[in-house]
Ligand binder design. Structure first.
Ligand SMILES: [Zn+2]
Length: 270
């Protein structure tokens, strides 16, 4: 797979549940763990450890975390418009929109919603978020049909974890670069967890120091590290790793990637 990270890389691991179980890695808890109420309502688990409210915080430069406590949803701002990566679970758009607003930005300035992959904890409320923002939805080409089916007929889960259908997503291919003013985002296809699973990379600068940021698409590998810290709820939770120039993993529900970013070959610039 052609995927090389530039130097000075910050890894944002936005995988939530996606690396918790043995292959084929469920994106959601096993059926026994799925609350019956959630199954009746929308098919996506109603897991409060995913959806607990959390205030937005700046990760680095123009990159913000705007999701709930346990789900990675990222806002990347630019004078030409903003980009959101992922849309949480069904019903999650309201919190994301409120977080964008409280961070000081206008939701109507969001121009693109990028999807990391078409499961209900990443694409669950993308349709609503697109309606609220007017943004274009962009996803890996192989996941566009699954988005349009609202997660139904999933190769792994069938119709179990359906969510509101996401229509009209624009398909991207491996290595494709998207430019919004001076902001450039690159799509690196990392299929496996889903066929169109996509890792997004961009560059953010702060106080004259520019870093390459990466939202790592779910890898479906057993790289879980039990007992590590929960997802950081603030910039301070990441500061040590920033200062050392190492990869940063935003861990969700105690899932982790190698802390130095070795998973994708990220290396510190020396
Ligand atoms: Zn998934």
């Amino acid at each position: 797979m052609r995927f090389r990270l530039p130097l000075e890389t910050v890894v944002l691991l936005a995988v939530v549940a996606c690396q918790d179980a043995p292959p084929p890695t469920p994106d959601v808890p096993p059926p026994s763990a799925v609350p019956a109420t959630a199954a009746r309502t929308n098919g996506c688990p109603d897991d409060s450890t995913w959806t607990a409210p959390q205030a937005p915080f700046r990760i680095y430069g123009n990159t913000w975390h705007v999701g709930p406590r346990g789900l990675g949803v990222f806002l990347i701002t630019s004078p030409a418009g903003h980009v959101v990566i992922d849309g949480g679970v069904p019903g999650g758009a309201a919190l994301i929109e409120a977080n964008i607003t409280s961070a000081g930005f206008n939701v109507r300035d969001v121009k693109w919603i990028l999807v990391s992959h078409a499961h209900c904890d990443h694409a669950g409320d993308v349709a609503q978020l697109a309606r609220s923002t007017g943004a274009e939805i962009i996803a890996g080409a192989e996941d566009v049909p699954l988005l349009a089916r609202g997660g139904r007929d999933d190769p792994q889960y069938g119709d179990r974890f359906a969510y509101p259908a996401v229509q009209g997503a624009r398909a991207v291919s491996d290595g494709e670069q998207l430019r919004l003013g001076e902001l450039t985002l690159t799509a690196h296809l990392t299929p496996g967890h889903t066929r169109g699973n996509t890792t997004w990379a961009w560059r953010s600068c702060e106080d004259g120091r520019c870093l390459n940021l990466v939202d790592v698409g779910s890898l479906g590998a057993r790289i879980q590290t039990r007992g590590q810290s929960e997802a950081p709820g603030s910039r301070e939770g990441l500061s040590g790793e920033f200062s050392e120039g190492r990869g940063v993993a935003l861990r969700h529900r105690a899932r982790a990637a190698p802390r130095d970013g070795r998973l994708l070959g990220a290396r510190r610039q020396t």
